[in-house]
Design a protein around this ligand. Structure first.
Ligand code: EPZ
Length: 473
């Protein structure tokens, strides 16, 4: 076992030269931080709203983050298109820049050249801002990152990294907790070696991290019981485009044949399936009819089935356009339904809070079981402030619907996490009167221009940004 840090998987001497994109040699400072998102801004919604029209779905946050991390593995420039402008994606771009990568943000495109990166010790402040914590553990040079809990993203339950650590060890890494950081390096002093690893649980982040790490390991890696989420498939697509040899992404076994280097490539981020589902639920809770594109219908099929069973009509207008019609012609209310979250293709945990908001307005009682994260029920208490009737017991909630459509009424709930915050926005759309939501920075982490998008559908939504001291003088 190595006693000191040493490089692993550093491109070998016979590797081809890595041309540096001239446009990136002296890039202008990237606008990595969003200035219009104030931590104490509030959303004020006056309901009940009726939505109509079309909404454009942004690129996927959860696909952008690991693909941005994967650019660290590539020689030369990688170009990502359709990256949503969110505080999380900007924080990830900032992490890459803080490691020495050249990063350019041009609208919804991000260009990364990581040729100058020689160590991976991300700035803890940047890591704390978003859901990026552990992806960088898979990087080819000695890496360290703050442990995943309690510093990552949303506070929705335990976020351990045991599967990452076990998996990296199976590939020959030494992984230690030192000075409050997870530190990883190659045991043999040269690089990771292919191995076999079965995940105890199909963790998305662990699957992504191990798949990335195995791309540059020496030999073949077999990962089993892996996550099948579309974000894993999209990451594999990017890595394959960059020269990696990966088979099986999207199934429960992935085989990776290690390569000595990867090159930069271009990719277009898929539409955000959680944003798609959220707008479907927005139409349902307001009993409206809206369309949305671009979407990948198969990514939201589990929600589509539930909403159809509840009484919504959902039509695929073209290969990438969905229309949802939740307007009743005979005055009948939508029916409640039960939901149990689980790994893809089961019902997504990231749509559970928004679905709970809808169920408070449906007929009958519904049961919501959260089986992915152990603390993802915090929004229920906030929904109670709007008059919802929900009883939570551990990770299960009994939602008592209303017999005559929404009887929610405006209040002042607090968004405490991203999707929970969005459930309050949906409830606010359906509620009568003013709903003033604070903690909006959580929502801004995952929904691009949410106020503008809802306004364009006809909702009365305003963002209140408090004046700073200097502005108020
Ligand atoms: C990804 O998180 C998403 N984040 C989450 O989206 C999403 O909720 C989650 O996958 C599940 O779909 C990003 O892609 C950036 P996991 P991730 O590892 O990878 C346990 C949102 O709102 N686990 O699949 O962190 C863990 O405790 C966010 O956009 C271990 O036990 O999720 C959890 O119970 C929130 N050991 C379960 O697996 C480990 O080593 C699922 O976590 C790793 C995870």
């Amino acid at each position: 076992m190595a006693t000191s840090f040493c490089s692993f998987n550093v491109p070998k001497s016979q590797d081809p030269p890595k041309p540096l994109n001239p446009s990136l040699q002296n890039p202008p400072s990237p606008p990595l931080h969003l200035h219009n998102q104030n931590h104490s801004s509030k959303l004020v919604i006056t309901g009940p709203s009726k939505l109509s029209g079309h909404v454009a779905i942004s690129g996927s946050k959860n696909s952008s983050l690991p693909i941005l991390a994967a650019t660290l593995f590539c020689s030369g420039t990688s170009k990502l298109a359709n990256v949503p402008c969110l505080s999380d994606t900007r924080a990830m771009a900032s992490v890459l820049a803080s490691l020495g990568a050249e990063v350019q943000v041009l609208g919804d495109e991000i260009l990364v050249n990581a040729d100058g990166v020689r160590s991976v010790e991300p700035c803890p402040d940047e890591i704390r801002k978003c859901e990026v914590g552990s992806s960088s553990l898979g990087r080819c040079w000695p890496g360290s990152a703050p442990p995943r809990s309690p510093c990552r993203g949303c506070d929705i339950g335990a976020r351990p990294v045991d599967l990452y650590v076990q998996g990296l060890r199976a590939l020959g890494a030494v992984v230690e907790l030192r000075d409050g950081k997870v530190q990883a390096y190659a045991a043999n002093g040269r690089g990771l070696v292919g191995g076999t690893f079965q995940l105890d649980y199909p963790s998305v982040g662990a699957t992504e991290t191990l798949m990335m790490a195995a791309c540059l390991a020496d030999g073949v890696t077999l990962l089993s019981n892996v996550a099948k989420e579309p974000e894993v498939v999209a990451l594999a697509r990017f890595l394959i485009e960059s020269g990696a040899c990966i088979e099986g992404a999207g199934s429960n076994k992935i085989v990776i044949k290690g390569k000595s280097w990867l090159h930069g490539s271009e990719c277009k981020i898929d539409p955000d399936r959680i944003e798609t589902g959220t707008f479907m639920l927005a139409a349902a809770i307001t009993r409206s009819c809206i369309s949305m594109s671009p979407v990948i219908p198969s990514h939201v099929s589990c929600l589509t089935e539930k909403l159809r069973a509840a009484g919504c009509k959902i039509r695929q207008r073209s290969h990438d356009t969905l229309e949802i019609l939740a307007v009743s012609t005979d005055g009948a209310n939508l029916n409640g339904f039960n939901v149990k979250t689980g790994p893809f293709p089961a019902f997504p945990t990231d749509l559970q809070p928004q679905t709970m908001a809808l169920l408070t307005t449906c007929n009958g009682s519904s049961i919501v079981e959260e089986s992915v994260f152990n603390k993802r029920m915090g929004h229920a208490n906030e929904l109670l402030k709007l008059g919802a009737r929900i009883q939570v017991c551990g990770s299960t909630a009994l939602v008592l619907g209303k017999d005559k459509g929404s009887l929610l009424s405006g209040s002042s709930p607090i968004a405490k996490d991203l999707r929970g915050g969005m459930s309050l926005v949906l409830a606010g759309l359906a509620a009568t009167g003013n709903t003033e939501i604070s903690g909006v920075s959580h929502i801004d982490r995952g929904y691009e221009n949410i106020d503008a998008k809802l306004q364009s559908l006809g909702a009365d939504v305003k963002r209140l940004i408090p004046l700073t001291c200097s502005e108020s003088q």
